[in-house]
Design a protein around this ligand. Structure first.
Ligand code: KIV
Ligand code: ZN
Length: 505
């Protein structure tokens, strides 16, 4: 262990690896919101996307590069000219740009995916890093599947990449195969055997297939890695990535042992987690460390008694240090626009004047129906506003539903598209949700296969806002829809229309 405090660089890849979570794709506006929240959180590097992957990815990296100045903005590229040129095109207006090039190095990937020899891999890594280094002086190189790469070969590739101009060498456990001792050992060997290793920062990037991503990352930091790659709520490919909030709080809470510092403003962890959960629709499990609803809830009488006498008996962190409010009951019918703006800001949302105006109107409508407005309600209203695109084709105008144990479900539904209205009355299906799907399908002509449907309450009480998230398939592709309302059938209709509008766009 290092004798003095070391500053760890926090590299957030929520917008790139996180977005690769099945069903977590985000639009430009949503990505910008998250990027601003990450700057407020204090991350050092934001991996904003993979510019060559799609025009949408390119535009989001470009916009984040233009508008987010508080962090290094990074774009991913494979080790080839087109990818690297495209990445630079997207990144060039960033205050501090970084190009991240990657190339698989493990025997399995060399043989089956790339069909390249070791010599060819080294030559390609060198040319990729050199090309990126001609554009910008901050270049990260990742030997993909490093954790399963022969250590001697990994050392050769890393040495060549540093010689070619890589300023950060990232060691990914792409498939989440490593264990802490293994990962720590790889970093130690790199430090012992790569002669030019001091010219680059060693980074660690762990996936969570065995639930070891945070433990593996900590082991790598202990052995000298200076950057950790992570995502908010640990979202990412398959079982996800190293969770940002967990690694940051492990370093902070066990500072006595690790003696590492980060620049993270830990009070922003919960608001950022909620923002990402709301936007991606990937809700955090209740018992999730640090940001789960139960992370600081004490149920057992003995624990509660101890807590009342002295919180440190059962709490190793203070809830307020990670951004939990002691109470989140905040606003009511008489609260004004400024109070709403203040609360939204504290929760990590940056709203334009126009967005605030629209959310305030919705807030007033909600306050008429519901006496007490909680943070969760405000977050739900904001998410709803973010999701409602003015150019969306199909809109809900009106509905009336009937259901009961001894009658067939019935729905009268009016939808609008542009200035035209469409009406349908249907008596069919297995319940109000089924008849809602059938009625929408009848009017719009889209036949959907529902793969997943969840409804959750955004806040407390039986008058709470309900949030419906659903995954549907249409012609072999899947789409995610989200809707919110104090009425779950209305939330369902909105979620179905949200998915249909994506299909139609
Ligand atoms: O998991 C991985 O190998 C990656 C690389 C692109 C860094 O995400
Ligand atoms: Zn990854």
């Amino acid at each position: 262990m290092e004798p003095t405090n070391r500053r760890i660089i926090v590299f957030d890849t929520t917008l790139r690896d996180g977005e690769q979570s099945p069903g977590a794709s985000m639009n430009l506006d949503e990505k910008l919101k998250i990027a601003h929240a990450l700057v407020d959180l204090g991350v050092d590097v934001i991996e904003a996307g993979f510019p060559i992957a799609s025009p949408g990815d390119f535009e989001s990296v470009q916009q984040i590069a233009l508008h987010c100045q508080g962090a290094t903005i990074c774009g991913l590229a494979r080790c080839n000219e087109q990818d690297i040129d495209r990445a630079w095109e997207a990144l060039k207006s960033a205050h501090r740009p970084r190009i991240h090039v990657f190339l698989a190095t493990s025997a399995i990937h060399r043989e089956f995916k790339l069909r390249m020899t070791r010599e060819e891999i080294i030559a390609r890594a060198i040319s990729g890093v050199q090309r990126a280094a001609r554009y910008c002086d901050d270049v990260e190189f990742s030997p993909e599947d490093a954790a399963r790469t022969e250590v001697d070969f990994l050392c050769q590739v890393v040495e060549a990449a540093i010689d070619a101009g890589a300023t950060t060498v990232n060691i990914p456990d792409t498939v989440g195969y490593a264990t802490p001792a293994h990962m720590g050992g790889v970093i130690r060997k790199l430090r012992d055997r790569v002669p030019n290793i001091d010219r680059a920062v060693i980074s660690i990037h762990c996936h969570n297939d065995l639930g070891l991503a945070v433990a593996n990352s900590l082991a790598a930091l202990e052995e000298g890695a200076g950057q950790v790659e992570c995502t908010v709520n640990g979202i990412g490919e398959r079982a996800g990535n190293c969770s940002l909030e967990e690694i940051v709080m492990a370093l902070r809470t066990r500072h006595d042992y690790y003696r590492f510092e980060t620049k993270i403003e830990t009070r922003r962890l919960v608001p950022t987690s909620r923002l990402v959960a709301g936007i991606t629709g990937m809700q955090v499990q209740r018992n999730k460390a640090i940001v789960g609803r139960n992370a600081f809830a004490h149920e057992a009488g003995i624990h509660q008694d101890g807590m009342l006498k002295e919180p440190s008996t059962y709490e190793i962190m203070r809830p307020e240090d990670v951004g939990f409010e002691r109470t989140d009951l905040v606003l009511g019918k008489h609260s004004g626009r400024a109070a709403l703006a203040d609360r939204a800001k504290a929760m990590g949302f940056h709203l334009t004047g126009e967005q605030l105006h629209e959310i305030f109107d919705r807030f007033k409508l909600l306050a008429d129906k519901k006496k007490e407005i909680y943070d969760g309600d405000i977050a739900a209203l904001i998410k709803q506003q973010l999701h409602d695109q003015p150019e969306r084709e199909w809109r809900l105008v009106d509905f009336c539903v009937r259901s009961g144990s001894s009658i067939a479900p019935r729905m009268e539904l009016t939808l609008a598209r542009g200035s035209e209205q469409f009406h349908e009355t249907l008596e069919d299906g297995d319940g109000p949700v089924d008849v809602a799907f059938l009625a929408v399908e009848k009017i719009t002509g889209y036949k959907l296969v529902c793969r997943d449907y969840t409804v959750r309450s955004a806040t407390l009480g039986h008058d709470a806002l309900g949030e419906v998230n659903l995954d549907v398939d249409f012609q072999g592709r899947s789409y995610r829809g989200r809707g919110m309302s104090t009425d779950t059938v209305e939330a369902t209709l909105k979620a179905i229309l949200d998915a249909i509008n994506q299909i139609a766009s």
